[in-house]
Design a protein around this ligand. Structure first.
Ligand SMILES: Cc1cc(Cl)ccc1OCc1nc2ccc(F)cc2n1[C@H](C(=O)NC1CCCCC1)C1CCCCC1
Length: 233
């Protein structure tokens, strides 16, 4: 059985990605707000649009720190960001939801989200995803690399130079695969399960526009940035 070893270059790549991921965290903690009090559907919608707007800005900063991203064709940089922003939001939401919290807090948080205004039909796929992410107990290195891998998906719509994107995604996949083998030696399928979450993320992508327009309230207002990213209005 060959000894898996992370090279110096791979250590350096991981360090850059993890530091960027930790540096670009959401300023205010939405989970704390939701646990503090029950908001109306309008207030929840506003909270989501505020959180999502700041998360997109955070995502752009994180992406700029992915080695090689800024040397991609500019239109392709936009296509990758536009193609991955919603997935990154759900991935971040899942990570926020799966964080270790004091007893009973996760249940309160789930209840507040169920009553937030999102229509019923989207709750099951969304919480199934959150729970499947939670079960993985991902380390922050795995979260950061998985987010970078999702952003560097070559077959996003309108990407012209897919090979250039593959050349950036492959080293990330390599170091994540090695990390999974080293961190989860008893679970040879762990890496495959992680990548399977990216497939589940894509299905959530299909729902996002309808999740927003069907929010139980009238007159859904979006920021210009979200109109761009969320295919709404
Ligand atoms: C990401 C997303 C996209 C669409 Cl279309 C619809 C919905 C949604 O998030 C649901 C969702 N799942 C959550 C799990 C844990 C949590 F603490 C908050 C969560 N949220 C929403 C949120 O603030 N998400 C942000 C989290 C940080 C990154 C940017 C997004 C709150 C908004 C207030 C009403 C209760 C849901």
């Amino acid at each position: 059985k060959e000894k898996v070893k992370i090279t110096k270059e791979q250590q350096a790549l991981m360090k850059v990605v993890v530091e960027a991921y930790n540096r670009h965290q959401i300023p205010q903690d939405v989970a704390k707000k939701l646990l503090q009090e029950q908001y109306s559907e309008e207030e929840n919608f506003l909270l989501l649009t505020e959180m999502a707007t700041s998360q997109v800005q955070v995502l752009v900063e994180f992406t700029k720190n992915i080695p090689g991203f800024l040397s991609l064709n500019h239109e392709d940089q936009i296509a990758l960001l536009k193609g991955s922003a919603v997935e990154a939001m759900f991935l971040r939401s899942a990570q926020v939801f799966s964080r270790k919290m004091p007893n009973g807090h996760t249940e309160v948080l789930e209840e507040r989200i169920r009553k937030s205004g999102i229509s019923e039909e989207f709750m099951t796929p969304m919480f199934n995803f959150y729970k499947s992410i939670g079960e993985l107990h991902m380390m922050q290195e795995e979260q950061a690399l998985l987010t970078a891998i999702a952003i560097l998906t070559p077959d996003r719509p309108y990407v012209k130079d897919q090979q250039a994107v593959e050349r950036l995604q492959e080293p990330m996949l390599d170091v994540l695969r090695k990390l999974c083998v080293l961190q989860h030696p008893q679970e040879p399928q762990y890496f495959a399960r992680l990548l399977g979450r990216l497939t589940e993320l894509r299905t959530l992508n299909h729902y996002h526009a309808e999740m927003l327009t069907s929010w139980r309230m009238n007159d859904h207002k979006f920021t210009p940035l979200l109109c761009e990213i969320w295919d709404v209005e």
